[in-house]
Design a protein around this ligand. Structure first.
Ligand code: UN1
Length: 503
């Protein structure tokens, strides 16, 4: 018998108002890990009302004290790191070292953002009038809605929740239906650190029902969403109707540019990790290799060789380099893209097939695939979210940048070169929220802003100190201690004269 989960509100698991459940599966084995409630509109309403109560308590807790609790939460997650990492691997399918990396990212972010409780900076600025004091302060937005994806089922909730909680907001989390168990364990660990009841709430279920009800709920004061571009557009539209701020972190088609002077040994390691780490299921995954013609044949030969040695299998087993993809539908979508690539005259350099039978018979496995194509094809411009790397040959730096920028997305990007001038030019010219030099497109550290340009997102950045901007409102404060009515703009000149001639 697997455990059945309801809705998390008022600090505990409660029954859903509906009677329907869904299973969460291990994508490597098909094993059922747990059952979760298909949250209803009523469940969302209950969770938001719990968040309303939680907010009234939490916003009164001094921010440094909120920070103490978040730091305690970081320690609690660290204490359970191995358990949670194994759960990430089992439910999401990334290999265990990456599962551990993801949980570490959540620990790092909670520790970092806990310190923000002693900053939450506003500004002080001089007044144009004498005996008057001006400043801005930050206030929490209120209860906020968080919708998170399955590919980072712990760390992405941690970015959103950590920033919201330190800001003084309460949250209703709607995690992806593929990975609710990771989210459930994560919120339990945070909650156990001493967060008051009602501050953290979670409703599982479909985006169409639970997600939509959350965005539409009048009690929700801001929305933060990470996921696909089509759903992002829906979330934005719903948010626009309610005039609330919506933060979106959507797709990517992240390029690695390899110039003719690059150190090919590190390119190989970097591209393998960037393209096939997490089975290519990262928003930041390297999905385009923009390769200078002078090193094209040598690098392709060595790359194919290395890819063919990758061990694909159950991600919790030692020695496995790449696990499955998340579900049957994703597998089909990725295979369809490989077909599209072939029809567009792409040449499969390696891979191109799903893996069936034997150890693969109960999971969703695809060979790591490299396809040589031309810029502008669908396979080289649309997000695939799987272990598929498109390779495009270029002859110059300018051409490389043009190709790199010639897609609708702009999350991560990278250049391998030993020429410092080109590296700096790439930093200036690549349309992306993140640029790496001599490193792959994945592996951002949590203390710098994370997010992208163009269709990748809107509403600012996650992570880093700016993460709080999503969840706080600025209030400007003017304090007049002159004991008279002073009118800005109108009295300013007269008051200046008074001051200058008063002595
Ligand atoms: C994502 O793919 O949605 O930079 C997040 C990275 C990770 C986070 C990725 N730290 O690859």
């Amino acid at each position: 018998m697997v455990r059945e989960y309801g809705i998390f509100l008022n600090g505990e698991w409660t029954d859903s108002s509906g009677n329907e459940f869904f299973d969460t599966l291990n994508p490597a084995t098909g094993e059922v890990l747990a059952r979760f409630a298909k949250g209803t509109e009523r469940d969302v309403d209950n969770a938001v009302s719990s968040a309303g109560k939680g907010f009234r308590i939490w916003k009164e807790v001094p921010a440094p004290m909120r920070g103490e609790i978040l730091f305690e939460a970081a320690l609690n997650i660290a204490k359970h790191k191995e358990e949670l990492s194994r759960l990430v691997s089992a439910e999401m399918g990334k290999i265990l070292s990456e599962g551990r990396g993801e949980v570490q990212e959540a620990i790092d972010f909670f520790k970092y953002i806990a310190g923000e409780g002693r900053r939450l900076f506003g500004e002080t600025t001089p007044s144009e009038l004498p005996d008057k004091f001006n400043m801005s302060i930050r206030l929490p937005k209120g209860p906020v809605g968080l919708i998170t994806p399955w590919n980072f089922p712990v760390s992405i909730p941690s970015w959103k929740m950590g920033a919201a909680l330190i800001s003084g907001c309460s949250v209703v989390l709607k995690p992806a239906t593929d990975t609710p168990l990771c989210a459930a364990r994560f919120i339990e660990l945070v909650n156990d650190a001493g967060v008051p009841p009602g501050v953290i709430n979670m409703v599982t279920g479909s985006g169409a029902e639970a997600g939509t009800a959350l965005i539409r709920h009048q009690g929700i004061r801001a929305m933060s969403f990470t996921g696909g571009v089509n759903t992002g557009r829906e979330v934005y539209t719903e948010g626009a109707r309610r005039l609330i701020q919506v933060h979106l972190e959507l797709g990517g088609k992240n390029p690695v540019i390899v110039m003719d002077d690059a150190n090919l040994d590190i390119v190989l390691d970097g591209v393998l990790f960037g393209a096939f780490g997490t089975s290519g299921q990262r928003c930041t995954a390297t999905s385009r290799l923009i390769l200078h013609k002078a090193v094209y044949d040598e690098l392709m030969g060595r790359l194919v060789d290395r890819v063919e040695k990758l061990k694909i299998g159950n991600p919790v087993e030692d020695g496995v380099d790449m696990g499955p993809v998340i579900n049957v539908k994703a597998k089909k979508g990725i295979m369809d893209y490989i077909d599209i690539g072939k029809k567009e005259n792409g040449k499969i350099a390696t891979g191109g097939n799903s893996l069936e039978g034997g150890i693969y018979s109960r999971g969703n496995y695809i060979q790591p695939t490299i396809i040589e194509t031309a810029h502008g094809t669908r396979i080289s411009t649309e997000e695939i979210f799987g272990p598929v790397l498109s390779v495009i040959r270029i002859s110059s730096f300018d051409e490389a940048v043009e190709v790199a920028n010639g897609v609708q997305y702009g999350l991560s990007s990278s250049i391998y070169t030993r020429n410092v001038n080109l590296a700096f030019r790439a930093i200036q010219q690549l349309d992306a929220g993140i640029t790496y030099v001599n490193a792959p497109t994945i592996g951002a550290e949590i203390h710098l802003p994370f997010g992208g340009v163009k269709s990748t997102g809107t509403g600012g950045r996650e992570a880093g100190s700016v993460a709080i901007e999503e969840f706080t409102e600025l209030k400007s404060v003017f304090i007049d201690y002159s004991d008279m009515l002073q009118k800005a703009q109108i009295d300013t000149e007269r008051r200046l004269k008074d001051k200058l001639h008063s002595k």
